[in-house]
Design a protein around this ligand. Structure first.
Ligand code: ZN
Ligand code: ZN
Ligand code: FE
Length: 755
C-alpha cells in the first residue's frame, strides 16, 4: 500500500490539556510513525504510514480529542516520506515570538480523579488538590505564559519523585499536567478557627480539617473556604440561624445566596432539574444555575428571601467534593466579601476582611493569582444562557468570524464590568470584574488588562469605550496613549448579541436595560435600533421621563413612580418628599431624561407597593417578576406615537396598574399584566421597525431580559409574528457583554472604512 507522510497543525486550546499524548496514542495505535510537538501556534505532528491509516488518524483527531481541548483549526500538508522508524514526542522548544496558544479555563474535577479521590488504595485518597491533564485549576493559577509550572502559583511546590515520573510519562494521565501534586509534595489544607472555638466545640480530636470544618457547619457556624478563584463563605443551608447570621455579618440584606449540593440527586431535591439543566450543572465549567425552587424544601428562608428561583451549583474542586460529603447536606456558598466589595482572594486580605464574618477558615497554601467569581447561568428553552461569565469559562476566547483588523482593547461599562482584548479572530472577554465604583475593583480592572495583554500577547492599537464620560472605564480608555473610539451603550449590547450568535446583522435590536448614555446626552434604556456591527440608527424608544435626583431615582423606585404618574398612594407614603421630587422633575433640576425600561419596571414595582427603595441593582424588577401570577397572560396596552424615532408611552401601563389596583385586582395579576404589557409593546415596536426597515430578525439584549417572564412572553409574541429572534447564550445580555460588543463595533467600523 501507498505510504504517505502528512504534516498536521492544530490550533486552539491544545497545550496543557493532554493533546500530545493523545496524538501519540492515536498514531501508535494506527501503526503510524513520525513525531508530535508543541510550538507557538499550537501542536504540530508529522504522521507517516499507509494512506488509509493516515486518513483514519486525521478523522479521529478531532472526534476523539481530549476533553479540555478546543480545536479551532487543523491544517495539513503533504511531505515526502522519510521512513521514520517510530513515533516520538518532541521536546518543547523555547518559545519566543508571537504567542497564539491558549490557556484553558479552570475545570471541575474529572471522573478519573474522583475515582482516585475515593479509593483508599490510591496515594491521593482524599487529597483535596488532586487533578490531572483533564481537570483542575488553570486560569486562576497562571502568572504568565508559557503555561509551565514555574509560571504558576504551583511553583513553590517541588514535585516528588512519583509525581515527576507521572508528569514525564506520555502514557500517564498526568503527563505535562502542570498542577500535578500529591499529599507528599503538594499544597496542604488547614483549618484555622478563632482561639478556643475548637476546644469549646469539642473538636480538638479532629485531625482532619475537612471533618472538623464539616462539624462546624453542622453546628450552625459560618466557615470561610478558600476556593479556586477566591474565598467563599459557607453555612448549613438548612440552618435558618446560620444563614441569617451570615447575611447579617456580611451586610447583605436581600440578594440571594447560592447553594452547593453534593450531586445531581441532591440538587434535584432543592429545585427542578431537567435534562438541559443537568447538563449545565455537571458541565466542566460548573456554573451556578438559577433554577425554579421546589416548595417545601429544607433550605433556610434567609437563603433567597421571596425568590422562586434558587441558584444551585455542584462541587467543582476536590475540596468541595470532600467537604460536601462530610457535611452530608447542601451548604450556602457565597462570595467572601462584605456587601458589594469584590470577592477576596488573598490570604492576608481574607483574614482581615472576613474575620468578623467567619468563625473559622478552611484554607490552604496554593495562591490564587486572579480573582475569579463563580459564573451564573440559566437554561432557556434547553439552551444555556450565561448571566455572569467568569470561572470555568474565562479566558477561553470567543471566536469571531469577521475578525479584528487591528488588536483592540474594549473597556466595557461601569456596572458588571468586563473588558475585552481581541486580535485576529479571537475575542478574550475578561472574567467578571464587578462594579467599578470601588478602588479594589478598579485595581482588578487595570491589573486584569495588563495580565491579559501579557497572557495573550495582545498589544492594542485602538481602544473602545462607552460614551458615558463619567464611567471609570471610559476615563481609563481616554488616558491611554491610543486612538480612542466611543461606542453607544445599546449599540454595544446589540453587537454583542450578534457576535454571540455569529451574525453580522442588520437586525432590529431591542435593547432594554437600566442605564446607557445616549448620543443625545440623555439616558437611554428602552431602545429599538436598526443595527449592524458597524452602525446603528435609533428607530424608536420608550417615551422619556425625568429621573428626579438622578442616581437617587435608581436607588428609590418611588421617585420614578412620581416622575411617571401622580399616584395618590405613592404620594401618601412619601408625603414629606413628594412635593420637592415633583417640583424637581417638573423643572428638570438634577433630573436627567431617560427612556429606560428598567426605570419603568421600578415605577410599576413602587406603584404596586412591592418596593420603594432597593438594596441591589434591579431588585424592584426582580421582585415584581417573582410576584407575577404565571397563569395571567393579558397585557396592558400602551400607545405608540408615530415619528422618527417613534415613542411608546410606558405611562399607559402604569395608569392601568393604578386602575386595576383601585379595582381590587390582586397584585400578582397586576404584576403579570404589566409584564405582558411590556412584551406587547416590544412586539408593537418590532412590527413598526419591520415596516420601516424591512428587517425580519430581532436581537434582544440588555439586562432587562434577565427577567424570564418578560423574555418568554416577548419571544413567544415575536415568533408568533414570524420574526426570527436572536438571544444571548455565551455572553451575558447584561452589561457583562458590553466589552465584546464594543470590540466588535470598532473592528467593523475599521473594516467598513477600508473597503
Ligand atoms: Zn482529573
Ligand atoms: Zn507528589
Ligand atoms: Fe446596559
Amino acid at each position: 500500500m501507498h505510504t504517505v507522510r502528512t504534516e498536521v497543525r492544530v490550533e486552539g486550546v491544545v497545550q496543557g490539556v493532554g493533546f500530545r499524548p493523545f496524538v501519540y496514542a492515536l498514531a501508535t495505535g494506527l501503526g503510524l510513525t513520525g513525531l508530535v510537538g508543541n510550538d507557538l501556534d499550537g501542536v504540530f505532528a508529522e504522521v507517516e504510514g499507509p494512506e488509509a491509516a493516515v486518513a483514519e488518524f486525521l478523522g479521529r483527531l478531532e472526534l476523539q480529542a481530549p476533553p479540555l481541548a478546543r480545536i479551532e483549526r487543523v491544517t495539513t500538508r503533504a511531505l515526502r516520506p522519510v521512513r521514520s522508524a517510530s513515533f516520538v514526542i518532541a521536546a518543547s522548544e523555547s518559545q519566543t515570538g508571537l504567542r497564539r496558544t491558549l490557556i484553558s479555563a479552570d475545570t471541575a474535577t474529572c471522573a478519573d480523579c474522583l475515582r482516585e479521590l475515593a479509593d483508599p488504595a490510591d496515594r491521593r485518597h482524599e487529597y483535596p488538590f488532586i487533578n490531572c491533564t483533564n481537570c483542575g485549576p488553570r486560569f486562576t493559577i497562571v502568572r504568565d505564559v508559557p503555561y509551565d509550572r514555574p509560571l504558576t502559583t504551583m511553583a513553590p511546590f517541588t514535585m516528588c519523585e512519583r509525581c515527576a515520573a507521572e508528569y514525564h510519562d506520555p502514557a500517564d494521565r498526568r503527563f505535562h499536567a502542570q498542577p500535578t501534586c500529591c499529599p507528599a509534595c503538594g499544597p496542604r489544607l488547614r483549618l484555622q478557627s478563632q482561639p478556643g472555638l475548637k476546644t469549646q466545640l469539642g473538636l480538638d480530636h479532629h485531625e482532619n480539617p475537612i471533618q472538623a470544618a464539616a462539624e462546624l457547619l453542622r453546628r450552625g457556624r459560618v466557615l470561610a473556604v478558600k476556593g479556586l478563584g477566591g474565598y467563599h463563605l459557607a453555612a448549613d443551608a438548612a440552618c435558618e440561624q446560620a444563614v441569617a447570621a451570615l447575611r447579617q455579618r456580611k451586610h447583605r440584606e436581600d440578594k440571594p445566596f447560592a447553594v452547593m449540593a453534593a450531586d445531581l440527586a441532591a440538587a434535584a431535591e432543592l429545585a427542578e432539574v431537567d435534562e438541559a439543566v443537568a447538563a449545565l450543572l455537571t458541565s466542566p465549567a460548573r456554573p451556578i444555575v438559577l433554577l425554579p425552587r421546589r416548595p417545601g424544601t429544607t433550605v433556610a428562608q434567609a437563603t433567597a428571601p421571596g425568590n422562586r428561583q434558587l441558584g444551585v451549583m455542584l462541587p467543582y474542586t476536590p475540596l468541595h467534593h470532600l467537604l460536601l460529603a462530610a457535611v452530608a447536606r447542601p451548604i450556602v456558598l457565597t462570595s467572601g466579601n462584605v456587601s458589594d466589595e469584590p470577592i477576596v482572594y488573598r490570604d492576608d486580605e481574607a483574614r482581615s476582611t472576613l474575620k468578623g464574618i467567619a468563625d473559622a477558615f478552611l484554607t490552604h497554601d496554593r495562591a490564587i493569582h486572579v480573582r475569579t467569581d463563580d459564573s451564573v447561568a440559566r437554561s432557556f428553552r434547553g439552551r444555556p444562557m450565561l448571566l455572569r461569565r467568569s470561572r470555568g469559562y474565562v479566558p477561553e476566547p470567543l471566536a469571531v468570524a469577521t475578525g479584528f483588523p487591528r488588536p483592540v482593547l474594549a473597556c466595557g461599562a461601569e456596572l458588571k464590568n468586563t473588558f475585552c482584548l481581541a486580535r485576529g479572530r479571537h475575542a478574550f472577554v475578561s472574567q467578571h470584574i464587578g462594579d467599578l465604583e470601588n478602588a479594589e475593583t478598579l485595581r482588578s480592572f487595570t491589573e486584569g488588562i495588563e495580565h491579559f495583554r501579557r497572557l495573550f500577547d495582545i498589544d492594542p492599537e485602538v481602544v473602545a469605550h462607552d460614551l458615558h464620560p463619567e464611567y471609570l472605564s471610559t476615563k481609563y480608555a481616554l488616558e491611554l496613549d491610543l486612538p480612542a473610539e466611543g461606542v453607544q451603550h445599546h449599540h454595544a449590547h446589540i453587537a454583542s448579541c450578534l457576535a454571540d450568535n455569529g451574525e453580522t446583522g442588520p437586525v432590529i435590536g431591542v435593547a432594554f436595560d437600566g442605564t446607557g448614555y445616549g448620543t443625545d446626552g440623555t439616558i437611554w434604556g428602552g431602545e429599538f435600533l436598526t443595527a449592524g456591527l458597524a452602525a446603528f440608527e435609533r428607530g424608536g424608544h420608550l417615551a422619556p421621563v425625568p429621573m428626579p435626583g438622578g442616581a437617587a431615582a435608581i436607588r428609590q423606585p418611588w421617585r420614578m413612580a412620581a416622575a411617571y404618574v401622580a399616584d395618590p398612594e405613592v404620594a401618601r407614603r412619601h408625603q414629606d418628599h413628594w412635593p420637592a421630587v415633583i417640583a424637581m422633575a417638573a423643572k428638570g433640576i438634577n433630573s436627567p431624561l431617560t427612556s429606560s425600561a428598567g426605570r419603568l419596571f421600578d415605577a410599576a414595582a413602587a406603584i404596586l407597593g412591592v418596593r420603594d427603595a432597593i438594596n441591589y441593582e434591579g431588585q424592584a424588577a426582580v421582585e415584581l417578576e417573582q410576584l407575577a401570577d404565571p397563569a395571567e397572560t393579558r397585557p396592558y396596552p400602551a400607545a405608540v406615537e408615530a415619528g422618527v424615532p417613534f415613542t411608546i408611552r410606558g405611562s399607559d401601563l402604569l395608569h392601568a396598574v393604578i386602575e386595576d389596583r383601585t379595582d381590587g385586582v390582586p397584585a400578582p395579576v397586576i404584576a403579570a399584566r404589566f409584564h405582558h404589557g411590556v412584551a406587547a409593546l416590544i412586539e408593537a415596536g418590532c412590527l413598526l421597525m419591520r415596516e420601516r426597515y424591512d428587517l425580519g430578525t430581532v436581537a434582544l439584549s440588555g439586562g432587562v431580559f434577565q427577567n424570564l417572564l418578560l423574555l418568554s412572553a416577548t419571544v413567544a409574541r415575536l415568533e408568533a409574528r414570524g420574526f426570527r429572534v436572536l438571544l444571548h447564550s455565551r455572553v451575558p445580555c447584561n452589561d457583562g457583554g458590553i466589552s465584546l460588543g464594543q470590540a466588535l463595533v470598532v473592528a467593523s467600523r475599521e473594516a467598513a472604512s477600508r473597503s
